[in-house]
Write a protein that binds this ligand. Structure first.
Ligand SMILES: Nc1nc2c(ncn2[C@@H]2O[C@H](COP(=O)(O)OP(=O)(O)OP(=O)(O)O)[C@@H](O)[C@H]2O)c(=O)[nH]1
Ligand SMILES: [Mg+2]
Length: 687
């Protein structure tokens, strides 16, 4: 473990690497670790020996699945770097990482430019008010046109983009990286050379743009510039720092991570241009109020858990960002959500798969505690006499819902415990049990996400399960008023049974459930039997006559009946009432109801036609459309039965650019044709 012998909050630099999948973040991280002396030799994702992708699932898939955290010294600063996954199903990880840092370095694959997830992660970095940087990677690929990528990025970003390094040649002609400030060519091992003549003009042009753009943001430098005085590199980076911090400029770097070109120079700039933790953007509490921070070791501790990992051997590892004060090994952590103190017997800094014990953690640090079962992601850690509760992390909502079935020979309880446990470490994975359909449901970000979770549960907890489309929670109701009479009578030696009811049944407004009334005069049905009548109906409503679904929105009125002094009992009235209900339901035009969801779909304009056609084929009803910023927001109501695969279908229709959210709206009648199919199928299942 490498840590500066002595460092202060002001020496810490926190940033996350973000991108669309496969742009080279893990490779970049690998090279940084080698240059920092953390690792002797760089691994590759293909060989499965990188420091970031250390889990068996990551080695198998050859892409990152969870965040990896690293801490190492660089030019007398302590860097905390988070390598995030770029695959869209694991967006929650990037969202969590971006809430822990002051800077974001966006990687772009120069041969692909801006891609789907580039938009998502960039927006997240903006939401977190981070200082942003771009590393244009893979300039060694054949089809690369650096200027074109630069232009495409300028269209994509609001900020002024300013290259600090550019490639000398691309594809086969790639010779190294030109540092525009020093005016030198940097080759593989960081050696510097004169810029080859063929690139001199281009370098001069970019250099001029760099200087002019920087002095424009600083009056003093502008004066110097106009008077032809020499401006030092420190003055340039100083002015640049301010402009990056004010979110006016995004510096651009170029490189070939896989061959270790440009990584070192980028980090040299980053430690100068990323604000230290005392300069971080404002921090909000749970009520949206700004939290005051003063960073000294004596101030009250304030930290937030941003990630939880569960390991069957080490137990629970809670990774947190320190904002204020200092934590010492053995300290007690006060958690406002629990209103309880928890002891942190050991503190860690993390480097990939390793946890290294440390004595203390400062404001600005990213660290971890182990084996504190009660701690959850988003929890605030603070002091009981100065309670601050930080705003919860904003993570994407999982939209793919599947039913879980255990594989043969699998202990159901063990399986559901394992799934529950996993959902604690990944907040974009949710579990719940549907009492109506009696199904265990999981909510995930996509099929790859659920597939990975299955593998992890198998490896960590030795449980295996399948996922498939869940059942819809259909209901039944009636459409007309009926009047029925039912007598339950049994005479068999000894004491018999006698219950006689006359009842009216009528439909209620959607969502009203069940209502019961009695209008008995003169004790035709004695009052002690009336609750049994109500119970007889409500219990019978559990299974409707159409397809055995729960019956809702029904009013039952008991208005007459008769009893027998000896033979009547609660049981007899209950049975009479339940028979009356069944008879009534058959006569009262029963129908099937289905849940209707309200959905909001956001897609780029180009996909409007496809989306509308698709929603139509899903029996959707469009409520409205709002154009916003080259996008369309479509509000619609769609039956839940048509939405189980929407998360994956929307992805394929829009190439990943579409997003949606949904919530339950109401129950509505199932159209005749669909209803017949459902009833037939359900009856077949029951037989
Ligand atoms: N040609 C070329 N290939 C590169 C470069 N950098 C990385 N690669 C390759 O690109 C692929 C993806 O690299 P990763 O480092 O896994 O990318 P990542 O951003 O971590 O990917 P995710 O974890 O899926 O988001 C690997 O095969 C790398 O070897 C580069 O500069 N040039
Ligand atoms: Mg990766």
């Amino acid at each position: 473990m490498l840590i500066l012998a002595k460092y202060d909050t002001k020496d810490i630099r926190n940033f996350a690497l973000i991108s669309h999948g496969g742009a080279g973040k893990t490779t970049f991280t690998e090279m940084a670790l080698v240059k920092a002396g953390v690792k002797g030799e760089a691994g590759t994702v293909e060989r499965g020996n990188t420091a970031s992708d250390f889990t068996p699932e990551e080695k198998d898939k050859q892409f990152s699945i969870t965040n990896s955290y690293f801490s190492f010294p660089w030019n007398n600063r302590q860097i905390n770097l988070i390598d995030t996954p770029g695959y869209a199903d694991f967006r929650g990880e990037a969202a969590s990482a971006l809430s822990m840092v002051e800077g974001a370095l966006l990687l772009i694959d120069a041969s692909s430019g801006v891609e789907v997830n580039t938009h998502y992660v960039w927006e997240k970095a903006r939401e977190n008010e981070l200082c942003k940087f771009i590393f244009i990677n893979k300039v060694d690929k054949d089809e690369v046109d650096f200027n074109a990528v630069h232009e495409e990025l300028q269209d994509f970003c609001e900020e002024n983009l300013l290259p600090l390094t550019i490639p000398a040649g691309t594809g086969e002609d790639f010779q190294g990286i030109i540092d525009l400030l020093s005016g030198k060519l940097i080759t593989e091992n960081g050696e510097t050379k004169e810029i080859p003549e063929e690139f001199q003009d281009q370098a001069d042009e970019y250099h001029l743009e760099l200087i002019e753009s920087v002095v424009e943001s600083d009056d003093e430098l502008m004066m110097k510039y106009l008077e032809d005085e020499k401006i030092s590199d420190e003055e340039i980076t100083g002015a640049l720092f301010n402009s990056v911090e004010q979110k006016m400029t995004v510096p651009i770097f170029a490189g070939v991570a896989s061959r270790n070109f440009g990584v070192k120079r980028t980090l040299d700039y980053l430690v100068k241009l990323i604000p230290d933790p005392t300069n971080r953007p404002s921090l909000k509490d749970i009520n949206g109020e700004e939290v005051e921070l003063n960073f000294s070791a004596e101030s009250d501790v304030l930290a937030q858990v941003c990630k939880t990992m569960v390991d069957p051997y080490i137990g629970k590892l809670s990774i947190f960002r320190m904002y204020n004060g200092r934590l010492q090994k053995g300290d007690e952590l006060y958690v406002p959500r629990l209103d309880d103190k928890l002891k942190a017997s050991k503190l860690y800094k993390i480097n990939g798969s390793e946890q290294n014990e440390v004595e203390k953690l400062l404001a600005g640090d990213i660290g971890a505690v182990a084996k504190i079962g009660e701690l959850e992601t988003s929890d605030t850690i603070t002091e009981p006499d100065n309670i601050v509760e930080l705003k919860k992390l904003k993570l994407p909502e999982p939209m793919l819902i599947q039913k879980v079935t255990s594989k043969e020979g699998q202990d159901d309880e063990k399986m559901s415990n394992a799934i529950q446990r996993y959902s604690q470490e990944d907040l974009t994975f949710k579990v719940n049990f549907n009492r109506e359909t009696k199904e265990l449901l999981v909510h995930g970000m996509g099929t790859v996400h659920l597939d990975v979770i299955k593998k992890v549960c198998q490896r960590k907890f030795d449980v295996s399960f399948d996922t498939s489309e869940p059942s819809v929670e259909y209901k039944e109701t009636v459409q007309s008023k009926v009047d029925v009479e039912e007598k339950y009578k049994k005479q068999s030696g000894g004491r018999g049974q006698y219950g006689h009811v006359m009842m009216k049944f009528e439909p209620l407004q959607r969502g009203k459930g069940f209502e019961f009334e009695e209008e008995i005069f003169g004790g035709a049905v004695p009052s002690q039997y009336i609750p049994a009548v109500e119970k007889g109906v409500s219990e019978a409503m559990e299974e409707g006559v159409l397809a055995g679904y729960r019956v809702v929105d029904l009013k039952a009125i008991l208005y007459d009946g008769s009893y027998h002094d000896v033979d009547s009992s609660e049981m007899a009235f209950k049975i009479a009432a339940s028979k009356a209900f069944k008879k009534a339901m058959e006569q009262a035009k029963p129908v099937l109801l289905e849940p209707i969801m309200k959905i909001k779909v956001v897609v780029p304009d180009d996909f409007m036609g496809d989306i509308m056609g698709d929603l139509n084929s899903r029996r959707g009803r469009i409520l409205g459309m709002d154009p916003s910023d080259g996008k369309q927001i479509i509000n619609a109501e769609v039956p839940q039965a048509e939405l189980f695969s929407y998360a994956t279908d929307l992805k394929s229709i829009t190439g990943g650019y579409g997003q949606f959210s949904m919530e339950f709206s109401h129950y509505d009648k199932v159209p005749q044709q669909e209803a017949e199919d459902i009833i037939r199928q359900r009856r077949a299942e029951k037989e």
